[in-house]
Design a protein around this ligand. Structure first.
Ligand code: 2AM
Length: 179
């Protein structure tokens, strides 16, 4: 089995900027700069045959190239606890279109529907035991975060393995978007 997800890779310059948003938040595990990405579709654990089918299907995706601009920060929470801190994405029809294409493609390749709305974001930190009140300062400090748009000419298939220091992501394949 291999744990896979489809993502947009974030350029090095922007990863550096995002790393600058790190702060002192109890319980936050900050994502290593090289791991910062924008997930289009989490696929979970799939067997080798399914991974081959996904790869073949994804290699046939056609969607226009696009630009993506990161903007603002936010969090996911459940039961009063912060689960993740993220940088947001400016509203972007081309990105929605691309994600829909990916969703249709992976379903045709045999994946079950994900059943929740696409909420584009770049996760900055995952949190354990962090009360929502502990991130007020972080949210206020970075509410004005804006980055220039970056070009997206391809999407990537990543695998994820758990190591001692957290998840390691490997780019398994790149699927260029047509001109
Ligand atoms: P996240 O950044 O919001 O945590 C690899 O784990 C990527 O897949 C992450 O970007 C993660 O989103 C996303 N993902 C979506 N659903 C997931 C799930 N159920 N388990 C793990 N990762 C998931």
């Amino acid at each position: 089995m291999i744990r896979l997800f489809v993502a947009i890779s974030v350029p090095e310059m922007l990863r550096q900027r995002l790393s600058g948003l790190r702060g002192q938040i109890p319980g936050a595990r900050w994502v290593r700069p090289e791991n910062l990405h924008l997930t289009l579709r989490f696929l979970g654990d799939v067997d080798e045959d399914a991974a081959d089918d996904l790869d073949a299907a994804l290699s046939r995706i056609t969607a226009p190239r696009l630009q993506v601009a990161l903007s603002g920060v936010g969090h996911f929470a459940s039961r009063g606890q912060v689960r993740g801190l993220w940088a947001g994405v400016e509203p972007n029809d081309a990105l929605e279109h691309l994600q829909t294409k990916v969703e249709i493609t992976v379903q045709r390749a045999g994946m079950a529907p994900i059943g929740r709305r696409f909420h584009p974001h770049v996760t900055l930190a995952r949190c354990n035991d962090t009360r929502v009140s502990r991130i007020d300062g972080f949210l206020a400090e970075h509410s004005g975060f804006r980055a220039p748009p970056f070009p997206v000419d391809a999407i990537d298939l990543y695998s994820s393995t758990l190591g001692r220091e957290g998840a390691y992501y490997t780019r398994e394949a790149t699927y260029p978007l047509p001109d």
